[in-house]
Design a protein around this ligand. Structure first.
Ligand code: PAF
Length: 287
């Protein structure tokens, strides 16, 4: 595996891949890798001849008072894990390399970035959009793999690629969970043992809401109330949002009669966790 920290070196390596006719599959990450990331890397391995992974804790997607400084980092361990997965290139630039000057271009998503996670993290998706666009222009991948755990991010990146004609295909891989259902996340490392024990409440709430839809519930407000009730029954959890929304518009439908996304965010102590599941309600029998 080649580890590169400058944009110039990445472009040189990318040129070699192009000359030798290798397709590139790319997994952008912020590091502190877990099985969820490795599942994305394995998916990328199947999709491209050269697998590129980036590790960059992107300051522009963290708000003031968020966890940019304390976000867990361990480049050496991450590099060893990626080596085992047969990754070809690890691109790990510094903040100065990625942002030599303060960017003036802003990426906006016309409100799709102001709901769900965007409502409690203003500016977050603008930061994600900017860094992903920049990474795509450096790596020029044929395909890029993102996780379903960040469902809103995956949707916005699809829109970014579509609206700006990036020649890259976006693949979204399923959420990888711990045996008790907790979605894998680098931020799980922040949880105290008590918070860790309480954290699967998010997935249990999502499953209960999905079961209600599959059993015939069609009122999104009732589904959201169910989600809220389940999370709030856990004393250590403080709900941020509980949503039952259309998968494309991220708006709550009048009635659940098509595919929806059930999405949750909650704080456990000082750690904010998110999770979601897509649900396809069974088609109603025609009268
Ligand atoms: O999902 C993440 O880890 C980040 O938001 C991403 C896509 C690497 C951009 O910094």
């Amino acid at each position: 595996m080649e580890t590169l920290s400058t944009i110039a070196a990445a472009r040189r390596r990318r040129e070699a891949d192009r000359r030798e006719g290798r397709t590139v599959a790319f997994v952008p990450t912020m590091g502190f890798l877990h099985e969820g990331h490795l599942a994305l890397v394995r998916r990328a391995r199947k999709l491209g001849e050269a697998v590129w992974v980036s590790i960059f804790v992107n300051p522009t997607q963290f708000g003031p008072g968020e966890d940019f400084e304390r976000y867990p980092r361990d480049l050496e361990r991450d590099a060893a894990l990626l080596e085992v997965e047969g990754v070809d290139v690890l691109f790990a630039p510094t903040v100065e390399e990625m942002y030599p000057t303060k960017p003036v271009v802003q990426v906006g998503f016309s409100g799709l970035d102001a709901v769900l996670c965007g409502a409690s993290r203003p500016g977050h998706f603008a930061g994600v959009g900017l860094v992903v666009a920049r990474l795509f222009n450096i790596v020029e991948p044929h395909v890029a793999v993102f996780g379903q755990k960040d469902a809103q991010q995956a949707l916005l990146i699809r829109r970014l690629v579509e609206d700006l004609s990036f020649p890259v295909r976006i693949e979204v891989a399923p959420t990888v969970r711990e045996p008790d259902g907790l979605a894998m996340s680098s931020r799980n490392a922040y949880l105290s043992p008590e918070e860790r024990a309480a954290a699967p409440v998010l997935y249990r709430a999502l499953r209960a809401a999905r079961a209600a839809i599959l059993a015939g519930e069609r009122d999104p407000l009732a589904v959201e109330a169910l989600l809220r009730g389940r999370v709030e029954s856990e004393p250590l959890a403080r709900l941020d949002y509980a949503a039952c929304v259309d998968r494309q518009s991220l708006k709550r439908p009048e009635r659940i009669d098509g595919p929806v996304l059930l999405a949750l965010a909650a704080h456990l102590g000082s750690t904010r966790l998110i999770d979601n599941i897509p649900v396809d309600p069974p088609l109603e029998a025609s009268p």
